[in-house]
Design a protein around this ligand. Sequence first.
Ligand SMILES: [Zn+2]
Ligand SMILES: [Zn+2]
Ligand SMILES: [Zn+2]
Ligand SMILES: [Zn+2]
Length: 419
Amino acid sequence: MDVPDQKCGSLKEVAHLFHCDLFDTEIVHKIGQILLLGLSTACVDNTSGDLFKSPASVAVDIRKEMVDYLTQRSETFIAESLIEQGSPYMITSEHPVDIVSDLIDDFASSKQNLFSRVSGWLLSEKREDKIDDFVQEMEFRSFWLMERRLSIGQTLLKYLDPKNEFHCKMNFGSAEDLSCHTNACSFRPISCTNVGCRASFSSVHMEKHDSLCPFKILPCEQKCSESITRREMDRHCITVCPMRLVNCPFYHVGCQSSIPHTTTEQHCSEFLEPHLLCILRLIHKEAAMDDLKCRVEQLLKVVFPTHVCDLYCGCLSSRERNSKSLRDEGKALIELSSVDQLCEAQCVRSLTRIVKDLDAKIGPLDKYSPGTASEECNNTADVPQHVADKTMSKVQSTSESISTLEDLKEETSLQHHID
Ligand SMILES: [Zn+2]
Ligand SMILES: [Zn+2]
Ligand SMILES: [Zn+2]
Ligand SMILES: [Zn+2]
């Protein structure tokens, strides 16, 4: 498709060639922007301290001079660089936008009047403001339309991009061939297809844009099941993602684990023993660690015999026995003391409440010396007799033992029946 370099052909042949004029829209747009800023700088520095001239009064002339200067310098820039640096590889490190920017600076410096050079004006904040103001004024008055600046940018780019990284170099023998190419040219302008994104760019940048597009929908970075736009990702990961890291609910009493929020339940059940130890340390502040560890094992072995429930229900009148809520409460009494129930207590308050309750039933901590304690600990899962005894007696003080029933409305009448 690519025909031989046009310089090989005669002038006549060149005239018949069909060139692809597509270019990197982003780069040309950047050049278009710095052209206006450069013009403003040159006009402001040329008239600062002058009572008879304003930047606007010199803008037309300076613009013409600037365009001529940039075109001429760009034309010869690559050749000059080659001679100066002696190596063609140096050029590729220079981005066309940077080169144009340097050339504009050179031009603007040449336009500084005496006042600008000697008065400290160049370093003043007022200068920056004045340059910005004049840029806005020119935009407001449509003094130098972007469209025209883009066309100058294209011309400069052709000179400053000898490796065709930012503009297309393809030539064709017929309009059909050219049109065929245009539909596939890597510099053809395209628009982002992500919902909500209005960006347009040369096709060659599709991948780059896609990798940065704020509207691109991505799977959650923390690997939850959700997909979120890139711009929403951080917020999602910090606020609502089920996989966000949170402190263990028992952080303040000593468990330093950071866990994905969604695995809190699993952590609480896997770390039940360390958590129990934390709670016991609060309850028995003076106790030895060995005693506390032993108490943890005891707590995990305590299971109320099922007849406690029957007994509990038996204390109720038939009307109350038929009451679903009261039957459930009887059930709650049993579940309350199981390991499952301990696992379900996923905050310091609820676990402390349950542990305190069970702890009181088992009896004083100091009763167990390390020797007897281990004996107790090695016991089977059966409830020690004194625990069972205590359990039975505790049933009679419902308000103390059934902490989940604290706000039970019928508490008083229940107490009455049990008594
Ligand atoms: Zn092309
Ligand atoms: Zn986009
Ligand atoms: Zn997530
Ligand atoms: Zn923990």
